[in-house]
Design a protein around this ligand. Structure first.
Ligand SMILES: Cc1cc2nc3c(=O)[nH]c(=O)nc-3n(C[C@H](O)[C@H](O)[C@H](O)COP(=O)(O)O)c2cc1C
Length: 455
Protein backbone atom coordinates (compact mmCIF):
# COMPACT_ATOMS: atom_id res chain seq x y z
CA UNK A 1 0.00 0.00 0.00
CA UNK A 2 1.23 3.48 -0.87
CA UNK A 3 2.31 5.22 2.33
CA UNK A 4 2.69 9.02 2.17
CA UNK A 5 5.23 8.89 5.02
CA UNK A 6 7.70 6.69 3.14
CA UNK A 7 7.08 7.76 -0.45
CA UNK A 8 10.22 9.49 -1.88
CA UNK A 9 10.10 13.24 -2.37
CA UNK A 10 8.94 14.17 -5.80
CA UNK A 11 11.03 14.73 -8.86
CA UNK A 12 10.14 14.43 -12.53
CA UNK A 13 10.72 10.68 -12.29
CA UNK A 14 8.08 10.43 -9.63
CA UNK A 15 5.57 12.80 -11.19
CA UNK A 16 1.97 11.65 -11.04
CA UNK A 17 1.27 10.23 -14.46
CA UNK A 18 -1.71 12.40 -15.31
CA UNK A 19 -0.71 15.54 -13.42
CA UNK A 20 -1.65 17.82 -16.30
CA UNK A 21 -5.15 16.41 -16.42
CA UNK A 22 -5.53 16.70 -12.64
CA UNK A 23 -4.29 20.30 -12.60
CA UNK A 24 -6.67 21.07 -15.45
CA UNK A 25 -9.56 19.72 -13.41
CA UNK A 26 -8.47 21.73 -10.35
CA UNK A 27 -8.18 24.88 -12.45
CA UNK A 28 -11.82 24.44 -13.50
CA UNK A 29 -13.01 24.93 -9.92
CA UNK A 30 -15.14 28.01 -9.39
CA UNK A 31 -17.10 29.36 -6.48
CA UNK A 32 -20.80 28.53 -6.29
CA UNK A 33 -23.36 30.90 -4.80
CA UNK A 34 -26.42 29.02 -6.06
CA UNK A 35 -26.77 25.64 -4.30
CA UNK A 36 -29.68 23.23 -4.69
CA UNK A 37 -30.10 22.65 -0.93
CA UNK A 38 -29.94 18.83 -1.08
CA UNK A 39 -28.41 17.03 1.91
CA UNK A 40 -24.98 15.41 1.71
CA UNK A 41 -23.78 12.14 3.15
CA UNK A 42 -22.00 12.84 6.45
CA UNK A 43 -19.25 10.34 5.63
CA UNK A 44 -18.40 12.28 2.44
CA UNK A 45 -18.37 15.56 4.36
CA UNK A 46 -16.09 14.04 6.98
CA UNK A 47 -13.73 12.76 4.26
CA UNK A 48 -13.51 16.20 2.69
CA UNK A 49 -12.63 17.78 6.03
CA UNK A 50 -10.17 14.97 6.76
CA UNK A 51 -8.51 15.66 3.39
CA UNK A 52 -8.06 19.26 4.51
CA UNK A 53 -5.94 18.04 7.40
CA UNK A 54 -3.26 16.94 4.93
CA UNK A 55 -2.42 20.61 4.40
CA UNK A 56 0.82 21.88 5.94
CA UNK A 57 0.51 23.85 9.16
CA UNK A 58 2.84 26.23 10.92
CA UNK A 59 5.13 24.23 13.29
CA UNK A 60 2.83 21.31 12.54
CA UNK A 61 0.68 22.61 15.38
CA UNK A 62 -2.58 22.03 13.52
CA UNK A 63 -4.28 24.55 15.75
CA UNK A 64 -7.33 24.38 13.58
CA UNK A 65 -10.84 23.27 14.40
CA UNK A 66 -13.59 22.66 11.89
CA UNK A 67 -17.25 22.88 12.91
CA UNK A 68 -19.38 21.11 10.34
CA UNK A 69 -22.95 22.39 10.22
CA UNK A 70 -25.47 20.30 8.32
CA UNK A 71 -28.56 20.98 10.42
CA UNK A 72 -31.06 23.00 8.33
CA UNK A 73 -32.14 25.23 11.23
CA UNK A 74 -28.52 26.03 12.10
CA UNK A 75 -27.75 26.74 8.45
CA UNK A 76 -30.66 29.16 8.43
CA UNK A 77 -29.33 30.83 11.62
CA UNK A 78 -25.87 31.02 10.05
CA UNK A 79 -27.47 32.64 7.01
CA UNK A 80 -29.27 35.21 9.16
CA UNK A 81 -26.08 36.07 11.08
CA UNK A 82 -24.11 36.37 7.84
CA UNK A 83 -26.36 39.24 6.83
CA UNK A 84 -28.17 37.50 4.01
CA UNK A 85 -25.66 35.32 2.12
CA UNK A 86 -28.43 33.20 0.61
CA UNK A 87 -25.94 30.45 -0.21
CA UNK A 88 -25.50 29.81 3.53
CA UNK A 89 -29.09 28.60 3.77
CA UNK A 90 -29.00 26.65 0.49
CA UNK A 91 -25.71 24.74 0.72
CA UNK A 92 -25.55 21.19 2.12
CA UNK A 93 -23.08 22.09 4.85
CA UNK A 94 -20.95 24.88 6.23
CA UNK A 95 -17.52 24.12 7.61
CA UNK A 96 -16.60 26.90 10.05
CA UNK A 97 -12.86 27.50 10.00
CA UNK A 98 -11.54 28.14 13.50
CA UNK A 99 -8.14 28.33 15.14
CA UNK A 100 -6.78 28.46 18.64
CA UNK A 101 -5.16 31.81 19.46
CA UNK A 102 -1.88 32.17 21.27
CA UNK A 103 0.50 30.16 19.07
CA UNK A 104 2.22 30.81 15.74
CA UNK A 105 0.96 34.36 15.42
CA UNK A 106 3.96 35.75 13.50
CA UNK A 107 3.06 36.58 9.92
CA UNK A 108 -0.44 35.21 10.58
CA UNK A 109 1.00 31.68 10.48
CA UNK A 110 -2.01 30.15 12.15
CA UNK A 111 -4.31 31.92 9.68
CA UNK A 112 -2.14 30.78 6.77
CA UNK A 113 -2.38 27.21 8.06
CA UNK A 114 -6.18 27.19 8.25
CA UNK A 115 -6.33 28.79 4.80
CA UNK A 116 -4.22 25.95 3.41
CA UNK A 117 -6.55 23.38 4.96
CA UNK A 118 -9.61 25.16 3.58
CA UNK A 119 -8.29 25.21 0.04
CA UNK A 120 -7.37 21.53 0.32
CA UNK A 121 -10.99 20.79 1.30
CA UNK A 122 -12.20 22.86 -1.65
CA UNK A 123 -10.08 20.80 -4.06
CA UNK A 124 -11.17 17.55 -2.44
CA UNK A 125 -14.83 18.51 -2.78
CA UNK A 126 -14.28 19.62 -6.37
CA UNK A 127 -12.61 16.33 -7.37
CA UNK A 128 -15.54 14.49 -5.80
CA UNK A 129 -18.00 16.50 -7.89
CA UNK A 130 -19.25 18.93 -5.24
CA UNK A 131 -19.31 22.71 -5.35
CA UNK A 132 -17.97 25.09 -2.75
CA UNK A 133 -17.48 28.68 -1.76
CA UNK A 134 -15.05 30.06 0.79
CA UNK A 135 -16.52 32.88 2.88
CA UNK A 136 -14.84 35.45 5.06
CA UNK A 137 -18.18 37.31 5.20
CA UNK A 138 -19.74 35.31 8.02
CA UNK A 139 -21.24 38.15 10.07
CA UNK A 140 -20.99 38.73 13.80
CA UNK A 141 -18.28 36.41 15.20
CA UNK A 142 -19.63 36.76 18.75
CA UNK A 143 -23.11 35.63 17.72
CA UNK A 144 -21.59 32.64 15.93
CA UNK A 145 -19.40 31.76 18.92
CA UNK A 146 -22.51 31.76 21.10
CA UNK A 147 -24.52 29.74 18.61
CA UNK A 148 -21.87 27.02 18.27
CA UNK A 149 -20.39 27.22 21.78
CA UNK A 150 -16.93 28.28 20.57
CA UNK A 151 -14.66 29.22 23.50
CA UNK A 152 -13.19 32.75 23.46
CA UNK A 153 -9.63 31.53 22.87
CA UNK A 154 -10.74 30.25 19.46
CA UNK A 155 -11.22 32.59 16.52
CA UNK A 156 -13.75 31.88 13.77
CA UNK A 157 -12.16 33.14 10.55
CA UNK A 158 -14.52 31.99 7.86
CA UNK A 159 -16.83 29.29 6.58
CA UNK A 160 -16.60 26.92 3.66
CA UNK A 161 -19.96 26.18 2.05
CA UNK A 162 -20.23 22.79 0.32
CA UNK A 163 -23.06 21.37 -1.76
CA UNK A 164 -24.34 20.87 -5.26
CA UNK A 165 -24.86 23.74 -7.70
CA UNK A 166 -28.31 24.23 -9.15
CA UNK A 167 -28.29 23.37 -12.87
CA UNK A 168 -28.97 27.05 -13.56
CA UNK A 169 -25.96 28.36 -11.56
CA UNK A 170 -23.68 30.56 -13.68
CA UNK A 171 -21.10 28.38 -15.42
CA UNK A 172 -18.48 31.11 -15.36
CA UNK A 173 -15.33 31.58 -13.40
CA UNK A 174 -14.16 34.98 -12.22
CA UNK A 175 -11.46 36.33 -14.56
CA UNK A 176 -7.82 36.05 -13.53
CA UNK A 177 -5.27 38.79 -13.96
CA UNK A 178 -2.64 38.31 -16.67
CA UNK A 179 0.30 36.35 -15.23
CA UNK A 180 2.70 39.18 -16.09
CA UNK A 181 0.87 41.54 -13.75
CA UNK A 182 1.24 39.43 -10.66
CA UNK A 183 4.70 37.94 -10.73
CA UNK A 184 8.28 39.13 -10.96
CA UNK A 185 11.63 37.36 -10.70
CA UNK A 186 14.31 38.21 -8.14
CA UNK A 187 12.67 41.44 -7.03
CA UNK A 188 9.40 43.36 -7.00
CA UNK A 189 8.04 44.89 -10.17
CA UNK A 190 4.40 45.46 -11.04
CA UNK A 191 2.53 47.47 -13.69
CA UNK A 192 1.56 50.95 -12.50
CA UNK A 193 -2.18 50.58 -13.08
CA UNK A 194 -2.35 47.66 -10.63
CA UNK A 195 -0.75 49.72 -7.84
CA UNK A 196 -3.82 51.55 -6.62
CA UNK A 197 -3.50 55.09 -5.23
CA UNK A 198 -2.96 55.48 -1.49
CA UNK A 199 -2.22 58.54 0.59
CA UNK A 200 1.54 59.03 0.84
CA UNK A 201 2.98 57.62 4.07
CA UNK A 202 6.29 56.20 5.28
CA UNK A 203 4.63 52.90 6.17
CA UNK A 204 1.22 51.21 5.90
CA UNK A 205 0.94 49.15 9.13
CA UNK A 206 -1.54 46.32 8.61
CA UNK A 207 -3.30 46.81 11.94
CA UNK A 208 -3.91 50.51 11.28
CA UNK A 209 -6.21 49.49 8.44
CA UNK A 210 -9.63 47.89 8.81
CA UNK A 211 -12.71 47.79 6.59
CA UNK A 212 -14.28 50.62 8.61
CA UNK A 213 -11.11 52.70 9.06
CA UNK A 214 -8.49 53.08 6.37
CA UNK A 215 -6.45 56.27 6.83
CA UNK A 216 -4.66 55.65 3.52
CA UNK A 217 -7.69 55.25 1.20
CA UNK A 218 -8.01 57.69 -1.73
CA UNK A 219 -11.76 58.17 -2.27
CA UNK A 220 -11.43 61.05 -4.69
CA UNK A 221 -11.66 59.51 -8.18
CA UNK A 222 -9.55 62.38 -9.53
CA UNK A 223 -6.66 60.77 -7.63
CA UNK A 224 -7.09 57.61 -9.74
CA UNK A 225 -6.34 57.01 -13.41
CA UNK A 226 -9.13 55.64 -15.60
CA UNK A 227 -7.01 52.54 -16.10
CA UNK A 228 -6.54 51.85 -12.36
CA UNK A 229 -10.22 52.52 -11.79
CA UNK A 230 -11.22 50.03 -14.51
CA UNK A 231 -8.78 47.46 -13.19
CA UNK A 232 -10.11 47.71 -9.64
CA UNK A 233 -13.79 47.67 -10.57
CA UNK A 234 -13.48 44.91 -13.15
CA UNK A 235 -12.02 42.30 -10.83
CA UNK A 236 -13.95 43.33 -7.71
CA UNK A 237 -17.36 42.98 -9.37
CA UNK A 238 -16.77 39.21 -9.21
CA UNK A 239 -17.03 39.30 -5.40
CA UNK A 240 -20.49 37.92 -6.14
CA UNK A 241 -21.83 35.73 -8.93
CA UNK A 242 -23.70 37.16 -11.92
CA UNK A 243 -27.09 36.00 -10.64
CA UNK A 244 -30.41 37.74 -11.19
CA UNK A 245 -31.05 40.36 -8.51
CA UNK A 246 -27.43 40.56 -7.38
CA UNK A 247 -26.11 43.91 -6.12
CA UNK A 248 -29.54 45.36 -5.44
CA UNK A 249 -28.79 47.67 -2.55
CA UNK A 250 -31.07 47.71 0.47
CA UNK A 251 -29.75 51.17 1.35
CA UNK A 252 -30.76 52.44 -2.04
CA UNK A 253 -34.39 51.41 -1.38
CA UNK A 254 -36.91 52.62 -3.95
CA UNK A 255 -34.57 55.30 -5.24
CA UNK A 256 -33.53 53.28 -8.33
CA UNK A 257 -37.11 53.32 -9.61
CA UNK A 258 -37.36 57.08 -8.97
CA UNK A 259 -34.11 57.70 -10.86
CA UNK A 260 -35.21 55.63 -13.84
CA UNK A 261 -38.67 57.21 -13.95
CA UNK A 262 -36.69 60.06 -15.52
CA UNK A 263 -36.04 58.03 -18.70
CA UNK A 264 -37.80 59.55 -21.71
CA UNK A 265 -40.24 57.60 -23.89
CA UNK A 266 -38.32 55.82 -26.65
CA UNK A 267 -39.54 53.77 -29.56
CA UNK A 268 -37.98 50.81 -31.43
CA UNK A 269 -34.80 51.73 -33.27
CA UNK A 270 -33.65 54.20 -30.60
CA UNK A 271 -30.29 53.85 -28.87
CA UNK A 272 -29.68 54.27 -25.15
CA UNK A 273 -26.23 54.26 -23.56
CA UNK A 274 -25.65 53.51 -19.89
CA UNK A 275 -22.27 54.66 -18.59
CA UNK A 276 -20.22 52.52 -16.18
CA UNK A 277 -22.85 49.91 -15.24
CA UNK A 278 -20.40 47.98 -12.96
CA UNK A 279 -22.59 45.00 -11.83
CA UNK A 280 -25.64 45.78 -13.98
CA UNK A 281 -28.20 46.73 -11.33
CA UNK A 282 -29.38 49.77 -13.30
CA UNK A 283 -28.85 47.95 -16.61
CA UNK A 284 -31.43 45.33 -15.59
CA UNK A 285 -33.96 47.98 -14.61
CA UNK A 286 -33.30 50.05 -17.74
CA UNK A 287 -33.65 46.99 -19.97
CA UNK A 288 -36.91 46.07 -18.21
CA UNK A 289 -38.32 49.52 -18.94
CA UNK A 290 -37.21 49.78 -22.56
CA UNK A 291 -39.12 48.59 -25.58
CA UNK A 292 -37.40 45.36 -26.79
CA UNK A 293 -36.65 47.18 -30.05
CA UNK A 294 -34.49 49.81 -28.32
CA UNK A 295 -30.75 49.19 -28.43
CA UNK A 296 -29.05 49.39 -25.02
CA UNK A 297 -25.27 49.97 -25.06
CA UNK A 298 -23.32 49.50 -21.86
CA UNK A 299 -20.04 51.42 -21.75
CA UNK A 300 -17.61 50.16 -19.09
CA UNK A 301 -13.92 50.45 -18.34
CA UNK A 302 -13.26 46.71 -18.18
CA UNK A 303 -14.31 43.70 -20.20
CA UNK A 304 -14.63 41.89 -16.84
CA UNK A 305 -17.58 44.10 -15.86
CA UNK A 306 -19.23 43.60 -19.22
CA UNK A 307 -19.00 39.80 -19.11
CA UNK A 308 -20.49 39.92 -15.61
CA UNK A 309 -23.34 42.22 -16.61
CA UNK A 310 -24.16 40.27 -19.78
CA UNK A 311 -24.42 37.01 -17.84
CA UNK A 312 -26.48 38.70 -15.15
CA UNK A 313 -28.91 40.18 -17.69
CA UNK A 314 -29.20 36.79 -19.37
CA UNK A 315 -30.12 35.31 -15.95
CA UNK A 316 -32.67 38.08 -15.42
CA UNK A 317 -34.40 36.60 -18.45
CA UNK A 318 -33.78 39.29 -21.06
CA UNK A 319 -33.30 38.54 -24.74
CA UNK A 320 -29.85 39.92 -25.41
CA UNK A 321 -29.87 40.75 -29.15
CA UNK A 322 -30.28 44.46 -28.53
CA UNK A 323 -28.01 44.77 -25.49
CA UNK A 324 -24.32 45.31 -26.24
CA UNK A 325 -21.21 46.07 -24.21
CA UNK A 326 -18.49 48.54 -25.19
CA UNK A 327 -15.14 48.80 -23.42
CA UNK A 328 -14.06 52.41 -22.90
CA UNK A 329 -10.64 53.58 -21.72
CA UNK A 330 -11.74 56.94 -20.39
CA UNK A 331 -14.14 59.69 -21.35
CA UNK A 332 -13.83 59.04 -25.12
CA UNK A 333 -17.04 57.23 -26.08
CA UNK A 334 -17.04 54.85 -29.07
CA UNK A 335 -20.17 56.39 -30.63
CA UNK A 336 -20.52 58.73 -33.59
CA UNK A 337 -21.47 62.40 -33.16
CA UNK A 338 -25.22 62.93 -32.67
CA UNK A 339 -26.00 59.19 -32.81
CA UNK A 340 -27.55 58.40 -29.41
CA UNK A 341 -31.09 59.11 -28.13
CA UNK A 342 -30.37 58.96 -24.40
CA UNK A 343 -27.36 58.55 -22.11
CA UNK A 344 -27.97 57.36 -18.56
CA UNK A 345 -25.45 58.29 -15.87
CA UNK A 346 -26.83 56.69 -12.69
CA UNK A 347 -24.63 57.74 -9.74
CA UNK A 348 -21.47 57.53 -11.81
CA UNK A 349 -20.28 61.11 -12.35
CA UNK A 350 -18.97 60.96 -8.77
CA UNK A 351 -16.87 57.89 -9.72
CA UNK A 352 -15.11 59.49 -12.67
CA UNK A 353 -11.54 60.79 -12.76
CA UNK A 354 -12.70 63.39 -15.36
CA UNK A 355 -16.44 63.96 -14.95
CA UNK A 356 -16.64 67.14 -17.03
CA UNK A 357 -14.73 65.59 -19.93
CA UNK A 358 -17.29 62.77 -19.88
CA UNK A 359 -20.17 65.27 -19.99
CA UNK A 360 -18.55 66.87 -23.06
CA UNK A 361 -18.58 63.45 -24.69
CA UNK A 362 -22.20 62.87 -23.71
CA UNK A 363 -23.10 66.15 -25.43
CA UNK A 364 -21.12 65.13 -28.52
CA UNK A 365 -22.84 61.74 -28.95
CA UNK A 366 -26.40 62.85 -28.15
CA UNK A 367 -28.73 63.61 -31.04
CA UNK A 368 -30.27 67.08 -30.98
CA UNK A 369 -33.10 66.78 -28.45
CA UNK A 370 -31.54 63.60 -26.99
CA UNK A 371 -31.62 63.14 -23.22
CA UNK A 372 -28.99 62.94 -20.50
CA UNK A 373 -30.55 61.17 -17.49
CA UNK A 374 -28.33 61.97 -14.54
CA UNK A 375 -28.31 61.23 -10.83
CA UNK A 376 -25.51 61.91 -8.36
CA UNK A 377 -24.94 61.35 -4.67
CA UNK A 378 -25.15 64.83 -3.23
CA UNK A 379 -22.43 66.11 -0.92
CA UNK A 380 -24.78 68.86 0.35
CA UNK A 381 -27.12 66.45 2.10
CA UNK A 382 -27.43 64.40 5.26
CA UNK A 383 -26.01 61.52 3.27
CA UNK A 384 -23.08 63.75 2.23
CA UNK A 385 -22.34 64.41 5.93
CA UNK A 386 -22.55 60.69 6.64
CA UNK A 387 -20.17 59.98 3.77
CA UNK A 388 -17.68 62.57 5.04
CA UNK A 389 -17.83 61.50 8.66
CA UNK A 390 -18.27 57.72 8.41
CA UNK A 391 -18.22 56.10 4.98
CA UNK A 392 -15.14 57.82 3.59
CA UNK A 393 -13.10 56.82 6.64
CA UNK A 394 -13.19 53.17 5.57
CA UNK A 395 -11.84 51.08 2.70
CA UNK A 396 -12.88 51.77 -0.89
CA UNK A 397 -15.94 49.69 -1.84
CA UNK A 398 -15.80 47.15 -4.66
CA UNK A 399 -17.60 49.60 -6.97
CA UNK A 400 -14.49 51.76 -6.79
CA UNK A 401 -13.65 55.11 -5.24
CA UNK A 402 -16.22 57.91 -5.32
CA UNK A 403 -16.80 61.28 -3.75
CA UNK A 404 -20.32 62.72 -3.63
CA UNK A 405 -20.65 65.91 -5.66
CA UNK A 406 -22.36 69.10 -4.63
CA UNK A 407 -25.75 69.36 -6.38
CA UNK A 408 -24.98 72.98 -7.17
CA UNK A 409 -21.71 72.05 -8.94
CA UNK A 410 -23.43 69.37 -11.02
CA UNK A 411 -26.30 71.72 -11.87
CA UNK A 412 -23.75 74.19 -13.25
CA UNK A 413 -21.87 71.51 -15.21
CA UNK A 414 -25.11 70.37 -16.82
CA UNK A 415 -26.45 73.88 -17.43
CA UNK A 416 -23.23 74.67 -19.35
CA UNK A 417 -23.96 71.88 -21.83
CA UNK A 418 -27.68 71.02 -21.81
CA UNK A 419 -31.18 72.35 -21.19
CA UNK A 420 -33.05 71.00 -18.14
CA UNK A 421 -36.38 69.17 -18.64
CA UNK A 422 -36.83 68.06 -15.05
CA UNK A 423 -34.70 68.48 -11.95
CA UNK A 424 -35.40 66.88 -8.61
CA UNK A 425 -34.02 65.62 -5.34
CA UNK A 426 -34.54 61.99 -4.35
CA UNK A 427 -34.40 60.93 -0.70
CA UNK A 428 -34.25 63.21 2.31
CA UNK A 429 -32.78 60.66 4.76
CA UNK A 430 -29.24 59.27 4.83
CA UNK A 431 -30.49 56.11 3.10
CA UNK A 432 -33.51 54.04 2.03
CA UNK A 433 -36.22 56.65 1.34
CA UNK A 434 -37.12 57.85 -2.14
CA UNK A 435 -39.01 61.04 -1.32
CA UNK A 436 -39.15 63.26 -4.42
CA UNK A 437 -38.49 66.95 -3.85
CA UNK A 438 -39.00 69.45 -6.66
CA UNK A 439 -38.73 72.79 -4.84
CA UNK A 440 -35.38 74.34 -3.82
CA UNK A 441 -35.03 71.55 -1.23
CA UNK A 442 -33.96 69.32 -4.15
CA UNK A 443 -30.41 70.64 -3.79
CA UNK A 444 -30.25 69.17 -0.26
CA UNK A 445 -31.51 65.64 -1.01
CA UNK A 446 -29.45 62.44 -0.96
CA UNK A 447 -29.57 62.27 -4.75
CA UNK A 448 -29.67 65.15 -7.15
CA UNK A 449 -31.29 63.86 -10.34
CA UNK A 450 -32.94 64.95 -13.51
CA UNK A 451 -33.24 64.86 -17.26
CA UNK A 452 -31.55 67.37 -19.54
CA UNK A 453 -31.63 67.58 -23.32
CA UNK A 454 -29.05 68.47 -25.90
CA UNK A 455 -29.73 71.48 -28.09
C1 LIG B 1 -10.49 34.32 1.92
C2 LIG B 1 -11.69 34.37 1.00
C3 LIG B 1 -12.86 34.92 1.46
C4 LIG B 1 -14.00 34.97 0.64
N1 LIG B 1 -15.16 35.45 1.15
C5 LIG B 1 -16.27 35.47 0.39
C6 LIG B 1 -17.51 35.92 0.94
O1 LIG B 1 -17.59 36.29 2.10
N2 LIG B 1 -18.60 35.92 0.14
C7 LIG B 1 -18.54 35.51 -1.15
O2 LIG B 1 -19.58 35.52 -1.82
N3 LIG B 1 -17.38 35.07 -1.71
C8 LIG B 1 -16.25 35.03 -0.96
N4 LIG B 1 -15.07 34.54 -1.49
C9 LIG B 1 -15.05 34.00 -2.85
C10 LIG B 1 -14.33 34.95 -3.82
O3 LIG B 1 -15.18 36.04 -4.13
C11 LIG B 1 -13.96 34.17 -5.08
O4 LIG B 1 -13.06 33.15 -4.74
C12 LIG B 1 -13.34 35.05 -6.14
O5 LIG B 1 -14.27 35.97 -6.64
C13 LIG B 1 -12.79 34.23 -7.31
O6 LIG B 1 -13.82 33.46 -7.88
P1 LIG B 1 -13.70 31.88 -8.03
O7 LIG B 1 -13.61 31.31 -6.65
O8 LIG B 1 -14.98 31.46 -8.73
O9 LIG B 1 -12.49 31.56 -8.83
C14 LIG B 1 -13.93 34.46 -0.68
C15 LIG B 1 -12.73 33.91 -1.14
C16 LIG B 1 -11.62 33.85 -0.30
C17 LIG B 1 -10.35 33.22 -0.81
Amino acid sequence: MDDARTRPHSSEDHAVEDWRRILGILADRRSCRDFDGTPMDREVLAEIVRDGMQAPSSCNQQQWHFIIIDDRDLLQRAHDISGGNHHFAECSALVYLCFQKGWTHGNFSVVQSVAGACYHMILSAHLRGYDTIWNAGIGDNQALAELFGVPPVFEIMGALAIGRARPTAPAMKAPRRPFDEVHSWNGFTRPAHTLYPVKPAKAYPYFEISNAANPFAVWDPRGWSWKSMGDFRGYAVWAKSPLAGVYVSRRQGEATAAELDLLPEMGPGSTVVELMPWGGTYSAEIRRRLDPGVELRLAELSESNLSFVMERLHREGFAMERTKGDVIAGPALPYADASVDAVVLPQVLEQMPEAEAMLDEVRRVLKPGGSAVVSVRNLDSEYGDHWSEVESRGCIPNQGPFTPLSAETVRKWLAARFTPDLEQGIGTAVSHDATIVIDDGRYGCRLYAGRWHAA
